[in-house]
Ligand binder design. Sequence first.
Ligand code: GLC
Length: 618
Amino acid sequence: MNATSSMGIATVRPCFRLLLGGSGKAAGALSKYPFLFSKCSRIRPMASSAGVRRRSVVPARAVAGARSMGTSAESAVGREKAFDRIYKEGLAGKPIVIDRVEPEIHQQPGPPPAAEKEEQEELAPPTKETEEEKEAWRLLRKSVVNYCGSPVGTVAADDPMTGGQMLNYDQVFIRDFVPSALAFLLKGETEIVKNFLLYTLQLQSWEKTVDCYSPGQGLMPASFKVRTIPSSDENEAYEVLDPDFGESAIGRVAPVDSGLWWIILLRAYGKISGDYALQERVDVQTGIRLILNLCLTDGFDMFPTLLVTDGSCMIDRRMGIHGHPLEIQSLFYSALRCSREMITSNEGSKNLIVAINNRLSALSFHIREYYWVDMKKINEIYRYKTEEYSSDAANKFNIYPEQIPSWLVNWFPDRGGYLIGNVQPAHMDFRFFSLGNLWAIASSLTTPWQAEGILNLIDDKWDDLVGNMPLKICYPAFEFDEWRIITGSDPKNTPWSYHNGGSWPTLLWQFTLACIKMGRPELARKAVAVAEKRLSKDKWPEYYDTRTGRFIGKQSRLFQTWTIAGYLTSKLLLEKPELASILTCEEDLELLEGCSCSLKKSARTKCSRPSSKSQVLI
Ligand code: GLC
């Protein structure tokens, strides 16, 4: 594979299967491909008396590459030395990254911006922490990962009981770090989040392959690990950041949600710290665009929803969520809303902003109209005619009413409703997925009326969705043949365990956020009280099993960081509900009024929006 492409590395590289099997091999890789690793040297602990700590090293070839790249790169490097990626406009108006320069991220954090300072003062802890909170803070701080002496993230779990079976739980997961980041931000500690945002940005589009096939430029890793690599000088070792884009992950799935979470966190960081300069940086703007380019690329799809493979989000194993799963759509919508606020408006970004608005408008219509179910809608589906060939069919996706599962008929309460898990041709996945529904509320992907309905449903179905531990990842579980066929007989995803109807305490913070947004903090307090009874006693498990979440999960890690951080974030949000706005978006009526497809104007095509019995503006 020719590697001159995205990184501008002027070398023809052989197919590079990841060489980091062990530290010896890694050292080999480092000397052979020095440009592949962001490295900093560090003195081995035993030799710390040896003295001076070295500055982070810029791989020499990378800098030389930048200098030889021609005028635009040269001038850009000259103008702004701190940018880690310098880019120029490509032929199609898309940015092409042509090189990286080590960012000045962590050496001297410098004084916080005025707004940040004020915010920090304002955020000084006002209330007395409970014993559980104190323990949670101690554990959260213990989970912090340092790179070149600076905090850059938190490990997924720090479970002493796993006996060498850490798998990748010793890595910093992008999605898992979000609640950690929020707990730190809400506490007024911004440095770790800033470092995380900038270092993960450096990892974006790292050229990793699965059997010589590279994922698209702009992909953010699922996780990364700080590896220590011995140097030829035995008193020294190098630290490198080693990302995993799914090429080592179980099932080899690409994490579609990582980039979306990164954008959401970037906005939250700016809003709470006042450090808007970070999102304005050229490299950060490029990072946002690269993620969006990946998401907005035209494909064969007929829907505005994002088409993904099974397991491309929090549920990262086969669970029958391939296609257009709600979780991805909610995060996608939220990331588009956040990006629209952050993208610097100029000639170069005009088209992108138009594309974002068009997609937001189509996406919210689609989800509000076709994913929403309540008693009335289910009754409509129950009476659907099928095989309708026309552009104004009532049953657009040709859903056979027999698909309505028997559990739903008996389970559905009279009040409330929810967004179903997936909509595809001739297929509706009627399972309730918590994250997608909660995040749809937070981002205003639903109407306010629908958001209210979702919270009513959770309230009415408390025993099923909260029970002994908030919150069910999805309801109900696949059992028997469905489990065998859809999960592929996955022994980790047995009924009412793990992703298949298990209860995940980390979802508590998202529930709290949605409740605060809808003015119902008492509902969140009720859930926090349920969690608080057990989390510390049970050693902060990753997930719980059984229909009502009574048992600690069969293969659950203990001291799972996002369980701990989710709890802290919930507490902090309830203490300062006004800060929930760093994560939420308000209803944008303009988006709903504009029928972005301009189909109305076209004689050849038809827009079903005006004729549809719409939930859109309720
Ligand atoms: C599991 C979860 C995933 C999480 C990871 C690390 O794989 O399914 O969502 O990011 O563990 O905690």
